[in-house]
Design a protein around this ligand. Structure first.
Ligand SMILES: NC(=O)c1ccc[n+]([C@@H]2O[C@H](COP(=O)([O-])OP(=O)(O)OC[C@H]3O[C@@H](n4cnc5c(N)ncnc54)[C@H](OP(=O)(O)O)[C@@H]3O)[C@@H](O)[C@H]2O)c1
Length: 284
């Protein structure tokens, strides 16, 4: 191992990733000697990349699209969150074994805890829109906190059914037509689809049936306040965008690789918000 600890984000493509900004901020804030890089790794190169963890100062990595399932398969040991979701976004080596975690689970829960304090007491039932990788992490997080009734609504019904079967009996599959009946008693609505993201179709959900005491969370963070979040604010709900989750899912990896549990400060949030806004301007 070289003396300087190195980590990074591995994806294909990877240029868009905000992880270097987040980890770079923490390295500077805590005056740690270390580096966080971008690794553009095509699908066929992932096995070699995984094998390089633990060599030459590379202490671990974040994993993004399209490698999260390959990372799951490559690991010798998995955390409960990784096992439950079937996907890995954080890798490190320990005693020779390659370990994998899915920190989206903890990141989502930590963002709710921080930005919608007391949410759990208000939530008996939840509605999750989407059945992809992030929806799986969110459902795992809600189940781990004891939410007993979760309805999954997805464009492709078979994926909602598969997710519901994985987390039965707390979770069941439903349809978009069921939404008004599902929203009326729900304490939490989560958008875990790509809808509402810049460049994607809008998310068309009528919140008329939702109680103002309900909490709304959107995993989308471009734009920072989505149309769903703004509509929920207009109803008087506590509503949070996806940036808090993005920042908080990064913390467990940083703590493992660099030995310091980092804080999600207002300064870090402002830094990433500015970068996202600049990216949006570049897009239009
Ligand atoms: N805040 C964070 O920290 C964070 C972290 C990771 C990802 N994200 C965001 O989370 C979102 C989902 O990511 P993912 O990894 O779960 O993606 P994914 O596995 O590809 O799942 C995408 C989901 O969106 C649905 N969808 C896509 N196009 C649709 C359309 N035109 N109409 C209706 N539904 C549509 C898919 O439905 P089908 O099953 O029918 O295809 C699926 O449920 C993305 O916006 C991503 O940027 C946020």
């Amino acid at each position: 191992m070289s003396a300087v600890r190195r980590a990074g984000v591995c994806g294909w493509p990877v240029a868009h990733s905000r992880s270097p900004l987040i980890h770079g901020y923490w390295l500077a804030r805590y005056r740690l000697e270390g580096a966080y890089e971008r690794f553009a790794v095509p699908p066929l190169g992932f096995a070699d990349f995984a094998a390089s963890i633990g060599v030459d100062g590379l202490v671990g990595a974040n994993v993004t699209v399209p490698h999260k399932e390959a990372a799951f398969a490559a690991c010798d040991r998995l955390t409960d969150s990784a096992r439950a979701t079937g996907a890995v976004n954080t890798l490190w080596r320990e005693g020779g074994a390659l370990w994998g975690d899915n920190t989206d689970v903890a990141g989502f829960l930590a963002s709710l805890d921080a930005e919608a304090p007391g949410w759990r007491e208000r939530v008996d039932s939840a509605v999750v829109l989407g059945a992809g990788g992030v929806a799986r992490a969110i459902v795992q997080g809600l189940v781990s906190r004891g939410v007993e009734r979760i309805a999954i609504v997805n464009r492709t019904p078979a994926r909602a059914v598969a997710l519901a079967e994985r987390f039965a009996p707390a979770v069941r599959a439903a349809t978009w037509d069921d939404l008004p009946q599902l929203l009326a008693p729900a304490g939490l609505l989560v958008n875990a689809t790509i809808l509402g993201m810049a460049g994607q179709p809008p998310l068309d959900v009528n919140l008329a049936a939702l109680r103002p005491e309900a909490v709304v969370a959107d995993v989308v963070y471009v734009p920072l306040a989505t149309a769903l979040v703004e509509a929920a604010w207009r109803r008087g709900c506590v509503a949070i965008g996806g940036l808090g989750m993005l920042l908080r899912q990064a913390a467990p990896g940083f703590a493992r690789w660099f030995g310091k549990t980092p804080e999600v400060t207002a300064e870090l949030r402002a830094l990433v918000e500015a970068d996202l806004r600049a990216g949006e301007k570049g897009r239009t």
